[in-house]
Design a protein around this ligand. Structure first.
Ligand SMILES: *[C@@H]1O[C@H](CO)[C@@H](O)[C@H](O)[C@H]1NC(C)=O
Ligand SMILES: *[C@@H]1O[C@H](CO)[C@@H](O)[C@H](O)[C@H]1NC(C)=O
Ligand SMILES: *[C@@H]1O[C@H](CO)[C@@H](O)[C@H](O)[C@H]1NC(C)=O
Ligand SMILES: *[C@@H]1O[C@H](CO)[C@@H](O)[C@H](O)[C@H]1NC(C)=O
Length: 649
């Protein structure tokens, strides 16, 4: 049973850490890079047998209807993650059930935990290809918790079908630690549900809204007979002159667009820590900005499209990188915290050392972050399904298709300890050609512009920062679909302000990332085929105040608002499609410690809106002190979503 006395030694210390972190004063690294917290919201009604269900009210894209039953389902893993620190990840064989016909796949990660425990980072890989990165909830002694994460994994189709020679390996890493205080064991089930009857080829879901004229042609009947069968890869230098395209007739415009924009990749190669994968997970750990990690890969010579999907999370001293002051602030004020190095990080991908794109990560707050009551039972945006970032490497095919090994590198500018980074290289292969001629014709990338301004006096200070970068890549690749030139213009702008007021007891943080990638595809000599514009904006505002009175009494108040905004605009010959997601949370509340007793209160409102060519899906969920106060869904496009980015800093 729960007994507060037994924690009296631990509690004030952990809480001190939490409150000092909120006030920005100091935050020695907690072992798990997280804050631990005992809560005092002793509402007896919450202490039900079945526990508290955590949720993420964001409907995954292309989610199957509730009524739809899977055509087949594979339970891959049932495992208890107890004291797993330093232990290898759990690995099991994966095979697709025989005769399983499908065109959509959904991964389910279901978990339950009773007893006090920290939030932990976890990931699921298939042969080293990351298919989910998730955080656990933050359970406490009083209430057991459970939750389900469902993610559309159709774009990993090439990994879900069996390989001829052997089973694939599914690996799950969840480093958990048990002691006299943290007793929570994570019980986890991993399942993949397959939907549809294989009547059509899988669609990536990313462009599922394209609604190209439906192809009720031979293609579909062929697929019906076989389920989804990806193109077998062809490696360079291994001979085998394949069939010539002549016999197959000319590809239609629809075939070209589907092949370029909608089909899942035919092959996915991990850019991951394969050496250590079986011991400590496939991610690379990055502790400083000088570290460049990556993989040397041989890429099939018949690739006509390449996309690098980057997976990333940040922990330890960089868990709140967007709120970090410069080191000088900590040093001058004798603050032992190592959370510093300013509030800007840029993840950079390279191809043979050549700059290939940047990722500005969305600031994910883990369930134990800032004030855990904010994220109970609705977790922070994307905490259960961490975002990944696509970098289109098609213009680099000219460098990559010579059959020799090439290095894909990953680094994090300005990083401090620690980041977990890996990537999946998605490749689309020509079924009719052994090799695709390709050439990069333009590579222009200016270095990152960065301007910083520090204005501080003792514990008060204002640190402002601006960063920007743009790049242009262009290349052609001539597959049996045609000779396509891909021109990519990308740029980002980043702005940040970290301010300490009132002797450092009040901290105000504002951060804004804006990213655009504009991809134009033309067919030789100069015929427009498609243009895809992707935009993202991630504003964050955080206000924390900490007051300490006599002895070990402290009060902390925090207000956090953050938003994920993504917009995609696709133009083709006769069609235009626009799609956006706005996901916002506004949270406020307080925490108090008085001796060993802790109390708190929090309110969070989440507004999620998905717009799909004029159709809308809006959901509002409000929580207060661990209970749901509002949960409304409508299809009204006029629901107002406040625009955080216009809030003055
Ligand atoms: C995992 O599956 C088992 C067997 O179906 C079930 O009893 C258990 O409740 C599941 N656990 C979770 C966390 O869903
Ligand atoms: C996994 O597959 C390998 C062969 O690919 C086999 O040797 C091994 O026994 C399998 N493991 C399990 C648990 O089925
Ligand atoms: C493909 O198109 C580009 C641009 O029009 C041209 O320069 C190149 O020679 C073409 N490649 C082939 C193999 O035809
Ligand atoms: C912070 O949130 C509280 C609600 O918890 C609200 O009353 C207060 O006005 C907010 N303060 C600011 C500065 O937004």
């Amino acid at each position: 049973m729960y007994s507060r006395r037994s924690f009296s030694a631990l509690l004030p210390f952990s809480l001190l850490l939490l409150l000092l972190c909120l006030g920005g004063r100091c935050c020695p690294q907690a072992s798990a890079g997280r804050l631990d917290l005992e809560d005092d919201l002793t509402d007896p009604e919450l202490e039900e047998e079945e526990g508290l269900e955590y949720m993420d009210p964001t409907p995954p894209q292309a989610f199957p209807n509730a009524e739809e039953t899977p055509s087949c389902s594979v339970k891959l893993l049932q495992h208890d993650f107890a004291h797993t620190v330093g232990a290898p990840p759990v690995a099991v064989n994966y095979t697709l059930p025989e005769n399983c016909k499908w065109n959509r796949a959904v991964l389910e990660f279901a978990a339950a935990c009773e007893g006090e425990q920290n939030d932990r980072i976890a990931a699921v890989w298939l042969d080293g290809v990351e298919i989910l990165r998730t955080s656990t909830a933050k359970p406490t002694t009083q209430v057991g918790v459970f939750w389900r994460v469902r993610k559309d994994v159709t774009h990993f189709a090439a990994m879900l079908v069996p390989v001829a020679s052997s089973a694939r390996t599914l690996t799950v890493m969840l480093e958990n630690s048990l002691d006299d205080y943290f007793k929570g064991i994570y019980h986890v089930n991993v399942t993949i549900d397959f939907y549809g009857r294989g009547l059509s080829e899988p669609r990536t879901g990313k462009l599922g809204f394209l609604r190209l004229p439906s192809s009720r042609g031979e293609d579909e009947e062929e697929q019906q007979a076989s389920g989804f069968v990806p193109v077998p890869p062809r490696y360079g230098g291994e001979g085998g002159e394949a069939a010539q395209p002549a016999a197959l007739g000319l590809p239609t415009e629809e075939t070209k667009l589907r092949s370029l924009l909608e089909r899942p990749a035919d092959m996915i190669i991990p850019v991951a820590n394969k050496k250590k994968g079986a011991d400590s997970g496939f991610w690379f750990r990055i502790d400083r900005e000088t570290e460049i990690r990556g993989s040397r890969l041989r890429i099939p010579r018949n690739a006509y499209k390449a996309v690098l999907e980057v997976c990333v999370s940040y922990h330890g001293d960089d868990e709140f990188w967007y709120a970090n002051p410069p080191d000088s602030y900590n040093i001058q004020n004798n603050i032992p915290s190592r959370r510093g190095n300013w509030a800007f990080r840029e993840l950079v991908a390279t191809v043979d050392g050549l700059y290939a794109g940047s990722v500005l990560p969305f600031p994910v707050v883990f369930p134990g972050g800032i004030n855990p009551f904010f994220w109970t039972p609705v977790v922070a945006i994307k905490a259960f399904d961490l975002p990944t970032y696509d970098l289109d490497l098609t213009p680099f095919l000219g460098q990559l298709l010579n059959g020799r090994p090439h290095t894909i590198g990953l680094k994090v500018s300005h990083a401090i300890s620690f980041w977990l980074v890996n990537a999946n290289l998605h490749l689309w292969l020509d079924p009719h050609l052994p090799a695709v001629p390709a050439m990069m014709v333009k590579h222009h990338a200016a270095p990152t512009f960065l301007s910083r301004n520090a204005n501080n006096k003792f514990l008060e200070g204002h640190f402002q920062l601006e960063a920007a970068r743009q790049a242009r890549f262009e290349g052609w690749a001539r597959s049996s679909l045609g000779n396509f030139t891909t021109l990519i213009d990308s740029h980002f702008k980043y702005k940040s302000s970290v301010e300490y007021k009132m002797q450092g007891t009040l901290k105000e943080v504002f951060s804004q990332s804006k990213y655009t990638a504009d991809v134009r595809i033309t067919e030789q000599p100069n015929r427009f085929l498609a243009r895809v514009i992707n935009q993202a904006r991630y504003p964050v505002k955080m206000l924390t105040s900490t007051a300490s009175y006599a002895g070990d009494r402290m009060l902390s108040q925090a207000n956090v608002s953050h938003m994920l905004y993504q917009f995609t605009d696709v133009t083709m010959n006769q069609m235009r499609s626009q799609n956006s997601i706005t996901d916002m949370q506004v949270a406020g509340g307080w925490l108090q410690v008085n001796g060993a007793a802790l109390s708190g209160s929090a309110t969070t409102l989440q507004t999620y809106q998905r717009r799909d060519n004029g159709r809308c899906h809006t959901r509002k969920v409000g929580t207060q002190d661990r209970g749901i106060t509002v949960d409304q869904t409508n299809t009204d496009c006029n629901t107002m979503i406040p625009d955080l980015s216009t809030v003055p800093e």
